[in-house]
Design a protein around this ligand. Structure first.
Ligand code: AMP
Length: 644
């Protein structure tokens, strides 16, 4: 008979004050958290870390965005015996992408744990490479159920030394049809193991699994504070991480603003976002837990006085700020829970004034938005990001209004005389003089912007800070993300065709000197490109397999070093000898870009093996090669309304 789960559902105030060093984590881990700029544990972390460190089993009801990965990864790292190389922790993840993200998170948190190895194991990747990596040993294995089961059957994965098992996104496992595999894997793990199960929802089947495999669990569910705030007009926008700054500046331009508080998650982000806003002409400052109290107070005083308009802050640093002129709160990074949301937006709408709050939600965080709406018992309005053309029209309207007001107030005669003198001196009509003055005030792109692409932007998160670009990928639940044993049964497909968005990125065609005659299949080519060039599957276009060669679509602007690297990479023993066919859909860069984009070589432990890979080769940052030139565009500098 199982005991009733011990429930810890209150988000007590002291949790907010807690720091990571109160949680009993080792120095090496604390050091990396400090470096990452994490100020305080999120509620799920504050509850889960001490409980897991205590050796207890937990069931955590938490969604993406709550900080659940660190909630299990940090205490697991604290308990790792680095001398023992057989797996001590196993994390089961529903998708290949989530497995990679979680493995990357472990790697980052374990930055100062010398010789620590984490190994992602997922379907679709080269088996021989995984076998080799497994035989070299790993302290933590993160994998998708199907492939883990394959390794268990082959006896290449031994779980007898396992101390902890984590079931991440259990409801997703169920949704994707992996739950029986999970059941089988859990049955093969030692009875003595500790188990942590995380799920956003708790359907019956997950409860059954929990009942069977998670004995005496501590149930961790962060209670929601449901205070409604009716003096605040609240809205949200779904936006990718890399588009947030643009969305923010467009939002600010459409609003009548006074003081604005922008909430971000890390100390680093306070500084970088404030810097970027300053570079765009806003008067912005940052406060975070690293900045001394007197300095923070000084900055807040400037916000109060109006010599500063935008304050970028972490939750800790902004606690208790009471500044009447705060007209807007921007949740640049989504808060961990509803309570933090209510607390944040409460910085506006003070002293009987009306305030506005905007919440940025990354596509993968939609669930958290739902929770906030449910807990605060209200629907947030969707804010539509204005197009560049709408902004331009608005600027013109505003200019007309401003001029009308100015003309009404009579412009001093001296200016009329100046115009007359200029017309005479330059022998130009007044219209020319006015046009020249306006062109100085408004850069061309602000008044006549180039048409914006109507192509749907892929849902991606391209600046997930320390975890690199892959965080978002893990939450795209499309068929390609599935484990090879998922509902698709591991069918080999061309990723682009499957996604049905083949127009999203223009591709250039490349010839590879390996084809059917060499036994090459599309998956071998995808594997080699993914592992060597660091390309996402969705950045690999249609693959045409011919007898002695294949044709593959790749994003434009391939950096030269990757191009050279891909000459030698082998597919079925054949060097690729990549060459451009000259056929391209869309963009045609004449030659590969000169500037190499280098990614820090990943440590051996976090790689998936591709058999043909040489361990010494450099790895390349995906974002640098995904041809996302939209981000590279320098936004126009303008003098926003918030100034002056
Ligand atoms: P997760 O819910 O695990 O997907 O994490 C969501 C995001 O929050 C990730 O980008 C983490 O790096 C970030 N994060 C997690 N915990 C913290 C923390 N205590 N402080 C700041 N950022 C965090």
């Amino acid at each position: 008979m199982q005991k009733e789960p011990e429930q810890t559902t209150q988000a007590e105030p002291e949790i907010e004050q807690m720091s990571f060093s109160d949680l009993g984590l080792p120095d090496a881990v604390l050091r990396s958290l400090k470096q990452l700029g994490y100020e305080t544990p999120s509620p799920i972390q504050a509850k889960a870390i001490p409980t897991v460190l205590d050796g207890k089993n937990i069931i955590g009801q938490a969604q993406t965005g709550t900080g659940k990965t660190a909630a299990f990864a940090l205490p697991i790292l604290a308990n790792i015996d680095l001398k023992q190389t057989s797996p001590q922790a196993l994390v089961l993840a529903p998708t290949r992408e989530l497995a990679i993200q979680v493995a990357e998170a472990f790697q980052v948190y374990a930055r100062y744990m010398k010789n620590f190895h984490v190994l992602p194991i997922y379907g679709g990747a080269d088996m021989r490479g995984q076998l080799r990596s497994l035989s070299r040993g790993a302290h933590v294995v993160v994998g998708t159920p199907g492939r883990l089961l394959d390794h268990l059957r082959r006896k290449s994965l031994k779980l007898d030394q396992l101390k902890t098992v984590v079931l991440d996104e259990a409801d997703e496992m169920l949704r994707m049809g992996f739950i029986d595999d999970v059941d089988t894997i859990l049955a093969e793990t030692p009875d003595t193991r500790q188990t942590a199960l995380f799920s956003a929802t708790m359907p019956d089947r997950i409860r059954q699994i929990a009942k069977r495999h998670v004995s005496d669990p501590v149930l961790i569910k962060i209670a929601a504070k449901t205070t409604t705030v009716d003096t605040i007009d609240q809205s949200f926008v779904i936006v990718n991480q890399g588009d947030k700054l643009d969305a923010l500046t467009r939002y600010l331009e459409t609003q009548e603003t006074e003081g604005i508080i922008i909430f971000v998650r890390t100390r680093e982000a306070t500084v970088t976002v404030a810097e970027k806003l300053s570079a765009r002409g806003y008067s912005a400052g940052a406060i975070n837990g690293d900045i001394s109290q007197p300095m923070r107070e000084k900055t807040i005083a400037r916000l109060k006085k109006g010599s500063l308009d935008l304050l970028v802050a972490t939750d800790v640093a902004a606690r208790g700020i009471d500044v009447e002129r705060v007209s807007h709160v921007i949740n640049y990074d989504i808060p961990y829970d509803s309570e933090a949301y209510v607390h944040r937006i409460g910085r506006t709408g003070r002293a009987g004034r009306l305030g506005k709050a905007l919440l940025f939600v990354q596509p993968r965080e939609r669930r958290l938005l739902g929770i906030i709406e449910k807990d605060t018992k209200q629907k947030l309005k969707a804010w539509e990001k204005p197009t560049a053309q709408q902004l331009a029209d608005q600027r013109k309207t505003k200019l007309a209004e401003d001029l009308a007001a100015r003309i009404d107030n009579t412009v001093p005669d001296i200016y009329h005389k100046m115009v007359i003198d200029l017309c005479a001196a330059l022998e130009q009509p007044a219209e020319q003089i006015a046009a020249a003055l306006l062109s100085d005030k408004f850069p061309l792109e602000q008044i006549a912007p180039p048409p914006e692409s109507k192509k749907p932007r892929r849902e991606r998160d391209d600046s997930r800070g320390e975890r690199g670009n892959s965080r978002e990928r893990g939450n795209r639940r499309d068929s390609n993300d599935r484990d090879s044993r998922g509902r698709d049964g591991g069918r080999e497909r061309s990723p682009r065709r499957d996604r049905g968005d083949k127009n999203a990125i223009p591709f250039e065609q490349y010839r590879i000197e390996a084809g059917r005659d060499h036994g090459a299949q599309a998956k071998d080519i995808v594997g080699a490109l993914a592992n060597e060039a660091g390309l996402d599957r969705e950045h690999i276009g249609r693959i045409e397999l011919n007898g002695d060669h294949s044709i593959v679509g790749l994003p434009p602007g391939m950096p030269k070093d990757i191009y050279q690297l891909l000459q030698k990479v082998r597919v079925k023993g054949q060097p690729m000898q990549l060459s451009r066919t000259g056929n391209a859909e869309g963009n045609r860069d004449a030659e590969p870009r000169k500037k190499p984009s280098t990614r820090k070589p990943r440590s051996d432990s976090s790689r998936s093996g591709n058999d043909e890979r040489s361990d010494k080769k450099p790895r390349h940052k995906k974002s640098d090669f995904d041809g996302d030139k939209r981000k590279a565009k320098k936004p126009a500098k303008r003098k926003p309304e918030t100034e002056g």
